[in-house]
Design a protein around this ligand. Structure first.
Ligand code: GLU
Length: 308
């Protein structure tokens, strides 16, 4: 059951250690490992702890333990002393990429606070406001206490890409978010910068993630190209697990945390079954009992890579 895929597939599971693993993560992991299994690809584990105020080392340790308990094995290991796969350890790699970017593109210091942005373009359907570019020519230093943005090329074409599940997409980052923030005023690298830098550095050519991140993809494709990336990954944006009320599962809702289910005596296979059912990868008791991620994904999405 090997699907055709251009090149040796490398994907990643990239959690932010801001809480315990919950059923939404488990369902996401079924997609990541399931799609990887379909194309005989490897899964890198990357700790996205770029937001230093919200991430905690004990959540990273718990995450590794829960992953192992569930049976998800990444292709890499992470040393607690320092790793190229933990964003908080990658500051100098990011500095170097930022320097390279500023050689060829307009990277500038931005003094605007979140409050200053309130008057910018009205939020789009995802609640985001496009930055007006008011600091673009102000000449602020691109160092703290200022944020750092990159100016989009005003003549850039819209970003068109194909999602393996959602089909043809077309996005205009300059309208969605305006000039992209690369580092914030506190000195944190932003998700958009770190994820794009890492997918490039780590040779990730298959991105499997929830459809809540679909709106970020065009800007990441554009930023990667500006960084010098010649090819783009294949994208798979999968459905999300919703709670009974319809909202996205949050890490803070204790009842869905893997450790709570585990402490209540549930077996790993039962937790996987629960997650598979919650995300629509399995329906019958038989399917749930024999959770094989690749099989579940191929049954739910036959011919997933046929259109690439
Ligand atoms: N770190 C992100 C999250 O936990 C995932 C990033 C991605 O897959 O692009 O939601």
């Amino acid at each position: 059951m090997v699907a055709e895929f251009p090149g040796k597939p490398v994907t990643r599971f990239a959690p932010s250690p801001t809480g315990y693993l919950h059923l939404g993560h488990v369902a996401h992991m079924l997609y990541v490992w399931g799609v990887a299994g379909l194309v005989r690809g490897g899964v890198l584990l990357r700790i996205e702890d770029h937001d230093r105020q919200r991430c905690r080392p004990e959540y990273e340790a718990a995450l590794l333990e829960d992953m192992q308990w569930l049976g998800f094995r990444p292709a890499n290991t992470l040393s607690p002393e320092g790793s190229d796969y933990r964003q908080s350890d990658c500051g100098s790699a990011y500095e170097a990429m930022l320097r390279n970017l500023s050689r060829e593109h307009h990277v500038y210091g931005c003094r605007c606070s979140r409050k200053d942005l309130a008057g910018d373009a009205p939020p789009g359907h995802d609640g985001e406001r496009a930055y007006s570019g008011r600091c673009r020519t102000a000449g602020h230093a691109a160092t703290q206490p200022h944020g750092i943005r990159i100016a989009w090329d005003p003549s850039a074409a819209p970003e068109s890409f194909h999602d393996a599940l959602l089909g043809a997409q077309c996005q205009r980052p300059e309208r969605q978010c305006g000039d992209l923030l690369l580092r914030d005023r506190v000195g944190n690298w932003t998700y958009q910068f770190a994820v794009t830098a890492d997918d490039f550095r780590h040779g990730v050519n298959l991105v499997v993630r929830g459809s809540d991140l679909l709106g970020s993809t065009g800007r990441q494709i554009r930023l990667a190209r500006m960084m010098g990336r010649a090819n783009r990954p294949v994208f798979v944006h999968h459905p999300l697990v919703r709670s009974a009320g319809g909202e996205k599962l949050s890490k803070r809702r204790r009842p869905e945390a893997v450790r709570v289910l585990r402490e209540a005596g549930m077996a790993p296979q039962a937790v996987l079954g629960l997650a598979a059912r919650a995300i629509g990868l399995a329906a019958t008791a038989q399917e749930i009992a024999a959770v094989d991620a690749a099989q579940l994904v191929s049954r739910r999405h036959p011919g997933i890579f046929r259109s690439l």
